[in-house]
Design a protein around this ligand. Structure first.
Ligand code: PFF
Length: 466
C-alpha cells in the first residue's frame, strides 16, 4: 500500500502546500485581533518566542513522524509500534474536524466579500461594521434573522474544497499554491504601505511596537500559544499527514524554518496592516467591539486607495486562496485518516464529511447573532460560564484540543519514540541536523512543561472568553 501513496511532485510543491496550510485565516482574520487584545508589541514578542521555542520543534516533530511512518495521523502511532498513543491521532482528527466546521464558514464570508467588493463597494464603505453584521443576521434596527447569504456562501466554499480534494493531492493542492501564495504576499506589502500611511495610523503602529508589560498576563501566553499553534497548523497532527507524502531527500529542519518564517511574517504583516487601520478608521473607542477586524477595518484602507474596490476584490480573492489551502489541509487530514483506517472511498468520504461539517458549521454562523445558543466553559475563577456557541467552538479547538494534542506529541516523541528516532529520520541522505541537542532538550523538557504550565495556569487563574 505504501508505494501507492501520493507524493509531492516537487520540493517547492511541498513547501508551498505546507506553508499554504499554515498561512490562512488564522494569520489575517484571527492574528491582528489577538495581537490587539494582547497589548500589541508585548503579544508580538511572546508570540515570537513561542513560535521559535515551541512551534518549530513541534512542526519538525510532526513532519518527521509522518515521514517515518508514511501513514495517517492515527495509523502513525500504531505503525511506529505504540498503539497506546493512538489517542493523540484521534484528538488531532477530532480537532481538525471541528476546526473545519467553523473555518469553512468564515471561508464563506470571505467569498461573500469578494462579491461584495465587486458589486456593492459603496455599501460597505458607508457602514463597514453594519455591513458585516448584516451579513451575519444582525440588522441596523437591532432585529436578527437567519443569515441565509452567509450560509449559502459557506456551502459554496465547502463545495470548492470538496472538488479540489477529490482530484487528489498533486492535482489540486500543489498547483493551487504556486500562484496564490506569492501573489498574496505581494498584495499584503502594497496594503501595508497604504495602511500605515493613513492619517491616524501612526498610533496603531506605535501600539504594535510598544512593550506594555501591564497588559501581559498568563492569558496573554495562553492566547499566544493557541494562536501560534493554530497558525502553524500544529497540534492537529495535520503535518503528520503532509510529512507522510514527503520524500526522504527533504531537509526537514530547513523546511520547518522556512514554513514557520513565512507564516509568522504573514501574520505580522497582517497585524501591521489591520491594527493601524483600525486606529485610523474606527477610533480607539470602537476598537474591540466588533470581531472580524479583517472584514470591517480594511474597508477604510480600500476606500482611501485609488482603485480601492479592485484591491478589495483582489485581497479577498487571495484570502480565499489562503483559506482554501488551509481548509483543504484540514479536510485532507481527516479524509486520509478515514479512507486508510476504514477503507472508505475517497470521493464519498469527502462528500459526506463536507456535508456534515457544513451543517455543524451552520451553528457557528447562526450563533453569531441570530440564534442565542450557548456553549459551556469552566475555569478556576469564573467557575462555569456559558459563552456564545460560536466562541465556544473556537476556544474548544484553539485552546484545548490543539495544546493537548501538541502535548501528546511531545510526550510521545520525547519519552516513548525518543528524540533519537526523530534525529535519525532527519539525518538521512547526508543531511546534518546541527541543532539536534537543542531539539532534544526542547521536545523532552521545555515544550511539554511550558504547554502544561500555560494550560493549567490559565484554567486556574481564569480564562477570558471573548
Ligand atoms: N493554520 C491555518 C490558519 O492559520 O488559518 C488554519 C489551520 C490549518 C489550523 C490546519 C489547524 C490546522 F491543522
Amino acid at each position: 500500500m505504501d508505494n501507492n501513496r501520493a507524493q509531492w511532485s516537487s520540493k517547492l510543491g511541498f513547501i508551498l502546500a505546507a506553508a499554504g496550510s499554515a498561512i490562512g485565516l488564522g494569520n489575517i482574520w484571527k492574528f491582528p485581533g489577538r495581537a490587539f487584545e494582547g497589548g500589541g508589541g508585548s503579544f508580538l514578542l511572546i508570540y515570537l518566542f513561542i513560535v521559535i521555542f515551541l512551534g518549530m520543534p513541534l512542526m519538525l516533530t510532526e513532519l518527521s513522524l509522518g515521514r517515518a511512518s508514511q501513514t495517517n495521523i492515527v495509523g502513525t502511532f500504531k505503525k511506529l509500534g505504540h498503539r497506546g498513543y493512538s489517542w493523540v491521532g484521534w484528538l488531532g482528527a477530532a480537532g481538525a474536524f471541528f476546526i473545519t466546521c467553523y473555518y469553512s464558514h468564515v471561508g464563506g464570508w470571505v467569498l461573500r466579500y469578494v462579491f461584495s467588493y465587486a458589486l456593492e463597494p459603496a455599501e460597505i464603505y458607508q457602514n463597514p461594521l453594519g455591513y458585516f453584521y448584516n451579513m451575519l443576521g444582525l440588522h441596523p434596527d437591532g432585529t436578527t434573522s437567519i443569515p441565509w447569504t452567509a450560509l449559502l456562501f459557506a456551502a459554496a466554499f465547502l463545495f470548492l474544497n470538496a472538488i479540489i480534494i477529490i482530484r487528489g493531492v498533486e492535482g489540486g493542492i500543489e498547483k493551487f499554491n504556486k500562484i496564490g501564495m506569492p501573489a498574496l504576499f505581494l498584495l499584503l506589502l502594497i496594503l501595508l504601505v497604504r495602511s500605515i500611511t493613513l492619517p491616524g495610523a501612526g498610533e496603531g503602529v506605535r501600539y504594535m511596537l510598544t512593550l506594555d508589560l501591564e497588559k501581559v498576563s498568563i492569558n496573554t501566553f495562553f492566547s499566544a500559544l493557541g494562536q501560534a499553534f493554530y497558525s502553524l497548523s500544529i497540534g492537529m497532527a495535520i503535518l503528520i499527514t503532509y510529512g507522510s507524502y514527503l520524500s526522504k531527500e527533504e531537509d526537514l529542519p530547513r523546511n520547518t524554518a522556512l514554513i514557520c518564517g513565512m507564516d509568522t511574517l504573514v501574520a505580522f504583516l497582517a497585524g501591521f496592516i489591520i491594527v493601524p487601520a483600525v486606529f485610523a478608521t474606527l477610533g480607539r473607542g470602537e476598537i474591540g467591539k466588533g470581531g472580524g477586524f479583517a472584514f470591517v477595518s480594511l474597508a477604510g484602507v480600500f476606500e482611501g486607495m485609488p482603485g480601492g474596490s479592485l484591491f478589495g476584490v483582489l485581497f479577498y480573492l487571495l484570502l480565499l486562496f489562503a483559506a482554501l489551502t488551509s481548509c483543504i489541509s484540514l479536510i485532507e487530514s481527516v479524509v486520509a485518516f478515514l479512507t486508510e483506517q476504514f477503507g472508505w472511498k475517497r470521493k464519498w468520504t469527502t462528500i459526506v464529511l463536507c456535508l456534515v461539517m457544513f451543517l455543524i458549521g451552520c451553528l457557528y454562523t447562526c450563533t453569531q447573532a441570530a440564534v442565542p445558543l450557548k456553549g459551556i466553559w469552566f475555569d478556576g475563577v469564573n467557575g462555569i460560564t456559558y459563552p456564545p456557541l460560536c466562541d465556544f467552538m473556537e476556544y474548544l479547538t484553539d485552546r484545548l484540543i490543539i495544546p493537548l494534542c501538541a502535548l501528546g506529541c511531545c510526550i510521545f516523541v520525547g519519552w516513548v519514540w525518543k528524540p533519537e528516532s526523530v534525529i535519525a529520520e532527519i539525518e538521512q541522505n547526508g543531511i546534518r541536523f546541527r541543532l539536534a541537542k537543542v531539539y532534544t532538550v526542547l521536545i523532552r523538557f521545555i515544550a511539554p512543561a511550558a504547554i502544561l504550565a500555560i494550560l493549567l495556569l490559565s484554567f486556574i487563574s481564569g480564562v477570558t472568553l471573548s
